[in-house]
Design a protein around this ligand. Sequence first.
Ligand code: AMP
Length: 315
Amino acid sequence: MENKSNELALLKVIEQYENIIIAKHVSPDWDTQGSAYALREIILNNFNNKNVYVVGEKMNFGTREEDESKLTEGIISTSLLITVDVANFERVDFEFKEKVKEVFKVDHHLEVDNFGKGKLVDPSAIACTQVITLWSNNCNLKLTKLGATYLYFGLITDSGRFLFEKTNGKTFLAAKILVEAGVIITEVYSELFLKKLELAKWHNKAFSMAEFKNNNEIAYIKVTSDFFETLNLGEEEVKSALTVLSGIKEIKIWALAYQTPGNENVKVSIRSRDFNINSVATNYNGGGHKLASGAKLNSWNELDNLITDLQDLIE
Ligand code: AMP
């Protein structure tokens, strides 16, 4: 019921604004990027006279979205900002986020930061793209093949191809809606999962770099900035080596800690099948979900403590 009125609120707020900015989270993945691109597509195809700008870093490119350079002070101050797939305002990847007229949050994370005047948040959804798919369907909005494909990218990646715990009937309903809107599943899978040789080599190497703790119940890979540079891969690609540690019986919690060139911070992606790793991530400048969280360390020195805290979860 609450979400029904929030769905209508999103529709209404879009109607009210001529200028709409859509922002992703820092270090974008397919769920945030697919949500942003699809929402732009949905707005442009269903509402008249809208200027829609997607802002933030482009996934795997490290460059900014082209729309960002079109923004002026005048546009920003009269804009509605819709954030997609971001739980905390601090992680919204837009320099002028404080200067917009109104903020509306669309998300699927646990609610830790109640920012935004309006919101459409479903923490039970496996992906933000699921929330947007069901919203567009419930509101009878036209969904193009392109928009649906962006959404499908997010749905597939955040659910681990319908494998992760929060995958449920609504996830499959969203998939049905997207496929019926024209998504060609094989094309999406080829783009997402057909690896280039360099990536396959990295995955292979990554497994050999893994360190094991707690009788193999914890495994993690460390990627220093110097090593990151030699890989010649984007951040999401480097992070994708997490998969080499998943699906292994003995490993209960796995992580990949990496430093991007020129940054002091160490980002850590943490995953588990059973343990609430989010409770640890939140103590290290992080957050996310119960079984998939990220943390941000000030330096490598903090990694040992993080690993010890993860060990404590199991013991
Ligand atoms: P990642 O490991 O980067 O793929 O992130 C897993 C989940 O945790 C995603 O839902 C992210 O949005 C969230 N997340 C990652 N890093 C942070 C952070 N520093 N603070 C809050 N949430 C995060």
